[in-house]
Write a protein that binds this ligand. Structure first.
Ligand SMILES: [Fe+2]
Length: 205
């Protein structure tokens, strides 16, 4: 499939980007399109099947993520056609070309769905970031800008997903807590009672 997509003939266009570069960029965009479509269906899978006490908010969140991915599907497909290429956006192409792992069918709990989605958003985010540089190097600042726009949004969504899994204690390495603790004790000792009183006031606020 990958070889077929790179050898697609270009439609005649007045766009000023050289044909050879456009062929390369179109192949990259079509591979992204496949992974984006795949990710969108995986998010829908989570939207339909999530269970547990957080059902409703996760059901809603997953639908929001899927709608957003649908918009990105359209942006990538239409950049392909703007460059004179053939957008390859069927479910069969998506299944064959996506770089993401298949979604697990034996999970129900919200936390497991969040984890499975974060495990897919992370490599998808990396794919986007890599393609910012690749398409920029190929001389297509507009496609690089598209990748930048989507990449920034996917980073935000990865944060949304991971925020469900992170706790205050688990997110701070133990070593950092220890050294910070020592530093603040030392600082308090050096500054005397005033610092302690100030920090107590701040805490009370
Ligand atoms: Fe729905």
């Amino acid at each position: 499939m990958g070889h077929e997509s790179t050898s697609q003939p270009l439609h005649p266009t007045r766009i000023d980007l050289p044909a050879e570069e456009r062929q390369h960029i179109i192949a990259i965009l079509n591979r992204t399109l496949a992974s984006t479509l795949d990710l969108k269906t995986q998010v829908k899978q989570a939207h339909w099947n999530v269970k547990g006490m957080d059902f409703y908010q996760l059901h809603e969140l997953f639908d929001e993520l899927a709608s957003e991915l649908d918009e990105f599907v359209d942006l990538f497909a239409e950049r392909v056609t703007a460059l004179g290429g053939l957008a390859l956006g069927t479910a069969r192409v998506a299944a064959a070309e996506s770089t993401l792992p298949e979604y697990p069918f034996d999970i129900w709990d919200g936390k497991d769905h969040i984890t499975a989605l974060a495990d897919r958003y992370a490599p998808y985010a990396k794919l986007l970031r890599d393609n910012i540089h690749i398409t920029d190097d190929l001389g297509d600042a507009d496609t690089a800008d598209l990748y930048t726009e989507v990449s920034r949004e996917i980073d935000k969504r990865l944060w949304f997903l991971e925020a469900h899994l992170q706790g205050a204690a688990s997110s701070v390495p133990k070593a950092a807590v220890k050294s910070n603790g020592k530093t603040s004790v030392a600082a308090a000792k050096a500054n005397g009672k005033t610092t302690t009183a100030k920090s107590k006031k701040a805490k009370a606020k």
